[in-house]
Write a protein that binds this ligand. Sequence first.
Ligand SMILES: C[S@@+](CC[C@H](N)C(=O)[O-])C[C@H]1O[C@@H](n2cnc3c(N)ncnc32)[C@H](O)[C@@H]1O
Length: 239
Amino acid sequence: MGRPQALSVYDPIARLYDPWSASVIEDVSFYVDEALAADGEVVELGVGTGRIAIPTALAGVHVIGVDSSPGMLEVCSKRAREAGVAARIDLRLGDLRRPPVEERVPLVTCPFRSYLHLRDDSERLEALGAARELLLPGGRLVFDVFTPSREDIEATHGRWIEREPGIDERAEWDLTAQTLTLSVRGAASESTMTLWWIEPERWHSLLAEAGLDVLACYGWFDRRPFAAGEDSVWIARRS
Ligand SMILES: C[S@@+](CC[C@H](N)C(=O)[O-])C[C@H]1O[C@@H](n2cnc3c(N)ncnc32)[C@H](O)[C@@H]1O
């Protein structure tokens, strides 16, 4: 018998995740368009409940989805069956730093800030290097991350805020450690997770160090160039 999988912070909230993120829709068509343009199979790292993977599969693209939370994968699998796209979504339990993927693909994605679960540059480089390894020559890695603004920190720090009906969220920011400790609670479940942010310049350097050329850094999913906002959306190519 294999070693039991450590519980992910997402497991307790796997059924809360979709209602919690119900209003996050701005990135879906962006990632679906990237998948269609890639013209091949896509690996999504941190696939979660399939918020992006299911619309991608509905658009006709095969997705290999990797996630370290069995609970999130279970929800994704159910959603895929209900949407009639189970045959186009291949879900794999594993760590995005060492994805259980032998295939080589034209596109690897890591949507909705999943790379912020990486705690330091060593983990970031491991993850970026692993994503690069999955790419065919000229293939692309597409992901988004954020760097908080002072205003956001001041507006949210230490307060429970109703994010969706019946779902509250509390952010605790540590400006020195550059961590966000995020708690979410619903009627039946709750969890707390830590996210580590870095500046966009640092992402740029890490991508170069991992052997990925930055083709674009957008400030939003409408592809406006990154200026100085909180969100950054990256398109990098295997050198
Ligand atoms: C913010 S959710 C994003 C889910 C999905 N991509 C979306 O856009 O809704 C982050 C996901 O990354 C997964 N995750 C976090 N750290 C991971 C790791 N080291 N390896 C694999 N998955 C990880 C979590 O389990 C969770 O499903």
